[in-house]
Design a protein around this ligand. Sequence first.
Ligand code: NDP
Length: 281
Amino acid sequence: MSHALQEIVSCMGQPVAGNPTQFMMERAFVATGLDWRYLTLEVSPENLTDAVRGMRAMGFRGGNFTIPHKVAVIPLLDGLSQAAELMGAVNCVYREGDKLLGENTDGKGFVQSLRDVTDPSGKKIVVLGAGGAARAIAVELALSGAAEINIVNRHAQRGQELVQLLIERVPIASQYIEWKGNYDVPLECDVLINATSIGLCDPSARVPVNANTLHSGLVVADVIFNPAESRFLHEAAAHGATTLDGLGMLVNQAVIGFKIWTGVEPDAGVMRDALEEFLSV
Ligand code: NDP
């Protein structure tokens, strides 16, 4: 029997010609011998309610939801995971009986990737940015036992809101640091993460961090997956830091989604190869 999954993307006035997650999923279906399909469907905000009703009516097994639907979809669902509830955002919906449940796999994908190089437990972490990706990563790192997570962001309100969430809801030690000029990475920091959109499709974009404060004791991660080796990671590696690119996070969130929907553990290598082929890296 064939099953379908859907990715609901925003209506940006452009045709949807597939995306990296669809490419990875389709390859993994073939590799695991599952007769499933992953469709990329463009839905405008005013049609989201009907689209979710359609998912239920047509027996979709689940789907990914992306900007601007990650928050708006919540009242249309029957329940949320702890992480999705804390983050207030859902990127993965799955069916349990006749219920549609919300999960957030972005942060989980990041943490799984980080575990390849270090255990987040007990670590002092600095997150650059306070948007959706930063929120997902910070909450999941906090749930994974990090000792402290400080948020560096340009606009104070978003930064302070995330810090408040971490302190009050998780709870974990956290401070907001206003981002002005070049950020000096404190000596006690173990893991530095760029969770901003700086560098997306722009290899020359510079994340304003004082390169002289990067060193070999630091793990430096970037959420940017295109280009795979961002300028930020290139600079960090040149200063001896252990680096982690955004491809791993993207592959892992797809691996986690695949497992949630199908109950089958996919081959992460097949999905990584598919992603690299899609992005031509
Ligand atoms: P948001 O728009 O929600 O947040 C963007 C963040 O970047 C904000 O904190 C914003 O700061 C900051 N920012 C943007 N430009 C600048 C700048 N010039 N200087 C300082 N700060 C800046 O985006 P998301 O959080 O959803 O996504 C962020 C990135 O993460 C995107 O590039 C996305 O592609 C990537 N991503 C990667 C994933 C992966 O699997 N690898 C998964 C999900 C996202 P401010 O609040 O001050 O405006």
